[in-house]
Every structure is written in structure tokens, then in C-alpha cells.
Ligand binder design. Structure first.
Ligand code: PLP
Length: 385
């Protein structure tokens, strides 16, 4: 019945976790779900209010434009200017997406012919791999290893693969490892990809969720990046808007046009009222996001200490809301035991790729009291197991 592209998908690990979670709940266990990276806090009220107003505007009841409202794209460009000092032309270098996942999933269709190679981070967000496969391409993993700060070793990519590669997906701050990349690393990427004629698709939804002095850079800050790179951005993580479905693709005009061309044959743009609310979100006072960072950082510290306490190896992440811990064993086995002994759900690292084996990902997107309760339960796991 199904096409080969469906058969080529790995058995959906997250469905198995959902099932185990469900069974635990049925046994009466109070499950603390640190598996999913979905902010628990509500969307700020001024953004919700704008949506309610904008929903009443009949202009928003018609088909939206394919590329997105001019005003939203201008708001994205202004935000990039303020945030990264990157200048973008809203008419050619910004595209509205129905959430960045949508844009990521459709991108390979614009650049990959059957048999073409795409370089993808491993461990990594699973959409990079499946979308390359859907386009008939060959995903080649770039291992993200702990000893390299979870940055890929570009020198380890063999010449032939580099020559054949059409696109490279990257994602910093990184899900699932919590790693960040420097401007120097991005410079290396841009030089490598320029030499090998590879387009860089950088996924940057966590730029505002950082804990150090400064946010980590946009790849577009690097000289030469605008020639070969584009960046996915999203309102989901910065403004607790995962349910709203709005993001953007910005950068090289030809890349943006290519993805836009695919999209215009698939969807009919993002709901105008959501874009109006998105404009208001992007203009939110910076203190609002700073407060959110404080909340995540506090939770992170609680869970970090607790995980250290049971002997896992991990470091404090500089960004994202994930802790990426080395278990020293099989990651599926660890998460199974964790759920059994503590009622805590975490994501086995192997679900993000073969190089995630042995790791486990904890997300701090649950209320702080629940994180504290998780820490408490972990103490008992430490003494009994
Ligand atoms: C959450 C996430 C996204 C998806 O964001 P949406 O804009 O909600 O689709 C994309 N990439 C990574 C790495 C993510 O963690």
C-alpha cells in the first residue's frame, strides 16, 4: 500500500515512548514528562490579544500571500537587524513559513535531485534526514562528538562526499546536545561549503534561549554567508508559540526563492492573523525573553545537579532547554529504567541518530515544581539502583 519513502522511515521511536508513557499513566504513575521540547509557559498575553483582534479582520479571512505578509517579513528583517546586525531585504531574502519544521521539510525538494548527497548532523532533529529521503537524496551523517563540543569535523568529510553534497543542514544552538557554535566555526563552514559548492541550511530556533553573556551568532553574520546560506528561524521557542505555526527562512535570495517555489505548489501561506500576532511577538520587550531565559536556567541548574548526583556525565548547556547526558550504556535501556524507577520520561539519544547512542535528552519545559520533584525522585534512583 505504501510508497517506498514511507517504508524507508525508521520505526518511530517517539511513538514507542508515548506508548510506554501511556502505560505508566494507566498503572497510576504520576509521570513527569521531560521528553518533549515544548514550552509549558503560555504565549504572552499581548500576542494572544493581537491574534484575537486580527482574527476579526476580514482581510485575514482570504487566502494569504504565498511568501507571507510584507509587514511580517519586514518585522523579521528588522528583528534580524536589531538582534544580529544582519541586513535583509524583506522582499527577496525573507519567506514566511508555517513553522520552521514546514520549511525544513520542504527545502530538500528545491535543491536535491534523486541520488544527491545532503550532509546532516547526527545526532540531530529527525526532519533533516527524512526530508532528504523524501526528495530521493542520500543523507550522510556528520557525527557530533562530545570531544569536539558537538561540532562536526569538516575535515573528516571525505572529498568525494563533499563534492557530491548539495546541501548541509546545521543547527546551533543545538537540539539535542545544547551545544553552541562560534562565529569562527560558522566561518569555517562557509569557507568549506563555498569551496565545495554546498548550500548551507542553518536551523536557528534557539537563538534567544541562551545562558551565557551573549547569544550565539546567526550564520548570516559571517562574511560570504549570504552567497550560499539561509537560516530557519521560528517564533515557537522564543515566545512559547509552538502551537501557532509561524517561522521564517532568511538569507540568500536564490535559496529563499527556491523554497518559496516549492511551497507555492504545496500550501497557500500562513494565516494572516497569526502573522499579525507574529509581528507583535517580534516587537516584544527584550526583558520578556530575558525572564524566560532565567526560568529555564534555574530549572536547568536543578536538573543538572540531580543528574550529576546519579552519576551521569554532562555539562551545563550554554543554550536551548535541553540537558544532554552520557549514560555510559544503551540509551533506550536507560530511559526504560528511568521511567520504571522514577516515572520520569526522557528521550533516548539514539532517537536522534546513531551517534546519539549512549546519551539521553532531558527537556526542562515543565513547571519548576515538577522539575524539583523530578530531582527529588532521581535522588532515590541514585541510592536504590
Ligand atoms: C523546535 C524545533 C524546530 C521546529 O520549530 P517550529 O518552528 O515549531 O516548526 C526546528 N528545529 C529544531 C532543531 C527544533 O528543536
Amino acid at each position: 500500500m505504501y510508497a517506498d519513502r514511507i517504508k524507508s522511515l525508521p520505526p518511530y521511536l517517539f511513538a514507542a515512548i508515548d506508548k510506554a508513557k501511556q502505560e505508566a499513566r494507566e498503572r497510576g504513575i504520576d509521570v513527569i514528562d521531560l521528553g518533549v521540547g515544548d514550552p509549558d509557559l503560555p504565549t504572552p498575553q499581548h500576542i494572544v490579544d493581537e491574534l484575537c483582534q486580527a482574527a476579526k479582520n476580514p482581510e485575514n479571512h482570504k487566502y494569504p500571500s504565498y511568501e507571507g505578509k510584507r509587514e511580517f517579513r519586514s518585522a523579521v528583517a528588522a528583528w534580524y537587524k536589531r538582534t544580529f546586525k544582519v541586513a535583509l531585504d524583506p522582499s527577496r531574502e525573507v519567506l514566511t513559513l508555517i513553522g520552521s519544521k514546514e520549511g525544513i521539510a520542504h527545502s530538500p525538494l528545491a535543491f536535491i535531485n534523486p541520488g544527491d548527497v545532503a550532509l546532516i548532523p547526527d545526532p540531530g532533529y529527525t526532519v533533516y534526514k527524512s526530508s532528504v529521503q523524501f526528495a530521493g537524496g542520500i543523507p550522510v551523517p556528520m557525527p557530533l562528538r562530545r570531544e569536539r563540543g558537538f561540532l562536526p569535523d569538516l575535515n573528516a568529510i571525505d572529498r568525494q562526499t563533499a563534492r557530491k553534497a548539495k546541501i548541509m543542514f546545521l543547527n546551533y544552538p543545538n537540539n539535542p546536545t545544547g551545544a553552541v557554535a562560534s562565529r569562527d566555526f560558522f566561518k569555517e563552514v562557509v569557507d568549506f561549503c563555498a569551496d565545495n559548492q554546498i548550500l548551507v541550511m542553518h536551523d536557528n530556533p534557539y537563538s534567544e534561549v541562551y545562558f551565557g553573556e551573549a547569544r550565539s551568532p546567526s550564520i548570516l553574520e559571517v562574511p560570504g554567508a549570504m552567497e550560499i546560506a539561509a537560516e530557519f528561524h521560528s517564533l515557537s521557542k522564543t515566545y512559547n508559540m509552538t502551537g501557532w505555526r509561524i517561522g521564517s527562512l532568511v538569507g540568500n535570495a536564490d535559496i529563499v526563492a527556491g523554497v518559496g517555489k516549492i511551497k507555492s505548489n504545496i500550501d497557500s501561506g500562513d494565516f494572516g492573523a497569526v502573522q499579525d500576532a507574529g509581528i507583535v511577538a517580534l516587537q516584544s520587550p527584550p526583558e520578556m525573553v530575558a525572564k524566560l531565559r532565567q526560568v529555564y536556567q534555574m530549572r536547568m541548574e536543578i536538573l543538572y545537579q540531580a543528574l550529576k548526583g546519579i552519576g551521569l556525565e554532562l555539562s551545563r548547556p550554554l543554550a536551548t532547554f535541553y540537558l544532554w547526558a552520557w549514560t555510559g550504556g544503551d540509551s533506550m535501556e536507560f530511559t526504560r529504567r528511568l521511567l520504571e524507577e522514577t516515572g520520569i520520561v526522557a528521550t533516548p539519544g539514539v532517537g536522534f541518530g546513531q551517534f546519539g547512542q549512549g546519551f539521553v535528552r532531558f527537556s526542562v519545559t515543565q513547571p519548576t515544581e515538577r522539575i524539583e520533584m523530578a530531582a527529588e525522585r532521581l535522588q532515590h534512583m541514585g541510592t536504590s539502583g
